[in-house]
Design a protein around this ligand. Structure first.
Ligand code: 5GP
Length: 181
């Protein structure tokens, strides 16, 4: 528990400090070291999933010191059929990933459905390997079987904002992570 606690308001919700920046950066640095250790000869392509992962990606990449490339994609939500509900489609990947080691960089894995679909989409493009690096995971909410190769922090089910994550578009700029109260 941090000694420093701040309460903020975004629209109708109140949040309090949950993970201070210093704690986040420590875990992000650890993940970067794991990647440096595992992928030193792989020339990986990091695929940052916008918008939420922008801050995590920046801090992660400052600590990754192996040869690598970085790309940025979006998952565009559109209404699918009534049976599929909301479908998220990958947009913006211009690189040929055939035979490459791809590391997805994501902000948070909740049910895991978004990530599972993204992994499946990337696998159709014949990469050598697809790995996942996520800032956060809510283990109690995971609904699918996913290999999360690199996880900075595990958190409970509560809704959080900050460090790239938003509530209704707001709060992405905060350095710390806040949880709803
Ligand atoms: P999943 O498909 O794993 O259920 O959902 C993943 C997406 O839901 C994340 O990429 C993120 O956009 C959103 N999400 C899940 N939990 C939270 C949360 O606590 N706070 C915010 N801001 N977004 C969340």
């Amino acid at each position: 528990m941090s000694e420093y606690m701040e309460v903020i308001q975004i629209k109708d919700k109140r949040f309090k400090t949950f993970i201070p920046e210093a704690d986040i950066l420590k875990e992000v640095g650890r993940v970067a070291n794991e990647i440096n250790r595992d992928l030193s000869d792989a020339n990986p392509l990091f695929v940052c999933v916008l918008n939420g992962a922008f801050m995590f990606t920046a801090d992660l990449m400052k600590n990754v010191n192996i040869p690598c490339e970085i790309s940025f994609v979006k998952l565009a939500s559109y209404e699918g059929t009534s049976s599929t509900g909301k479908v998220k489609e990958l947009v913006g990947l211009s690189e040929d990933i055939t035979g490459r080691t791809v590391v997805i960089v994501e902000d948070i894995v909740d049910t895991g459905l978004t990530m599972k679909r993204l992994v499946e989409t990337l696998r159709t493009k014949n990469p050598k390997d697809v790995r996942i690096a996520t800032l956060l995971v809510k283990p109690d909410k995971l609904q699918v079987n996913l290999d999360l190769d690199y996880v900075a922090m595990k958190i409970p089910n509560d809704f959080i904002v900050g460090y790239g994550l938003d509530y209704d578009g707001l709060g992405r700029n905060f350095r710390d992570i806040y949880t709803v109260i």
